[in-house]
Design a protein around this ligand. Structure first.
Ligand code: LLP
Length: 385
């Protein structure tokens, strides 16, 4: 079985489980994104929710990207890591007053507003602070992302964004508010999208919305297309960098960009998922009646995606010899859903073997919990081991 390129000797000395980040791969990915966004004059605001590890954030910030945040905590983490406030955008259906005030105090680039109710509160708080809030309206474009139901956001039935029918009315209200400066429209339709025709549909819908507004004399200063580009979870060793070229080309080709218009993106997963792995040790191999289990010291508390979304992560035995057997790879947590993979072919596996759960750099460490009173897994970086 082919495995990723890991410093296995260094791993042998470390207590498991832990997250391991390949910083070379992260840098190569960031260089690719930079080259593609520069080619079209686009701006990337990294979606901090995917991975807020300070080292990772600092590395991303050093490439000059902005940040997309969904909480006050993320705004603070982004500022600490060196993302400039004027490149921070802030989305979320439930921003608290405290979080809005934090954004106002730091004069962030933009609040992506998701409802009329929120708009009026930002106006009120900005008036009280005697400042102006830059806002964009997040529009629900009713485009189906054809991805997992739990990570689809751009349909009318989802809680996110303002429905297209209500857009003009909410925009008119925004324009009447003296402490708001309307900067444009924001969209995000879902995550782990690998079918480029979905992004084509998004652009076409957004162009229709732009045309309709222009027909009423309203020009849109900025368009933010959100994130959502997926990665290849099946083949992390062969395809470690997502198809940024194909992705940005869709927008470069189809967006009818107006003079001076800013075009923004908020990719998260595609930036950080491939560079991270959760490294674990086999505690026991249990021979059941119908199944053979490899029981790891990492569980759903460390990486919840398989339990929560049935998501696939490639599992590699880093000590493996070539004879193969079939395993259900599970964690130690007292929950039946604490399963990383069913019926996986692995090299014959024994107690103490190191196991890598691949492509765990996005929505891995950030979603960890301390359920069962477990400590949070630490993280290590390829340039420090
Ligand atoms: N912008 C907004 C407004 C978002 O809600 C998201 C993700 C992103 C950008 C970044 O999307 P990305 O490029 O990472 O697809 N925990 C789930 C994914 C939840 C995504 C939530 N929003 C998972 O592990 O699959």
């Amino acid at each position: 079985m082919m495995t990723g390129n890991f410093p296995t000797d260094a791993f042998q000395r470390l207590e498991t489980p832990f997250y391991y980040y390949d910083i070379d791969l992260l840098r190569k990915t960031l260089e690719t994104i930079k080259a593609e966004t520069d080619r079209y004059g686009f701006e990337e605001h990294y979606a901090v929710k995917a991975n807020a590890n300070p080292q990772i954030l600092k590395t991303i910030a050093s490439y000059g990207f902005g940040a997309d945040c969904v909480s006050g905590g993320e705004i603070e983490a982004a500022l600490e890591a060196g993302f400039p406030a004027d490149k921070i955008v802030y989305a979320g259906v439930g921003k608290s007053d405290k979080e809005i005030l934090l954004g106002l105090k730091n004069q962030i680039a933009c609040f992506n507003v998701e409802s009329e109710a929120e708009l009026l509160i930002i106006e009120e708080l900005a008036a009280r602070q005697n400042c102006k809030a830059r806002i964009a309206l997040r529009v629900n474009p009713n485009v189906d992302a054809h991805t997992h139901a739990k990570i689809t956001t751009g349909l009318q039935e989802n809680k996110f964004g303002i429905n297209m029918e209500q857009l003009e009315e909410v925009l008119a209200i925004a324009k009447r508010c003296s402490h708001l400066e309307w900067t444009g429209l924001h969209f995000h339709i879902g995550s782990q999208i690998t079918d480029m025709t979905v992004f084509q549909s998004l652009v076409i819908r957004v162009m229709e919305i732009q045309d309709a507004l222009e027909a009423k004399g309203i020009t849109v200063p900025n368009l933010n297309f959100g994130g959502g580009l997926g990665i290849d979870y099946q083949h992390p060793n062969h395809l470690p960098i997502a198809d940024f070229e194909g992705y940005f080309k869709v927008f470069g080709t189809l967006v009818n960009r107006r003079a001076g218009q800013g075009i923004h993106f908020e990719l998260g997963r595609a930036v950080v998922a491939p560079c991270g792995s959760l490294i674990s040790r086999v505690l026991y191999v249990k021979e059941g009646v119908v199944k053979r289990f490899a029981i790891l010291d990492a569980g759903m508390t460390d990486l919840v995606r398989p339990a929560m979304y049935d998501s696939y992560h490639r599992i590699e035995n880093l000590n493996g010899v070539e004879t193969e057997a079939c395993y259900d790879v599970v964690g130690p947590i007292c929950e039946s859903s604490d399963v990383f993979g069913k019926d996986r072919m692995l090299p014959t596996t024994k107690r103490g073997d190191l196991i890598a759960l691949r492509s765990a750099g996005a929505y891995g460490e950030v979603m960890a919990s301390q359920y069962n009173r477990r400590p949070l897994a630490p993280s290590y970086f390829s340039d420090q081991l």
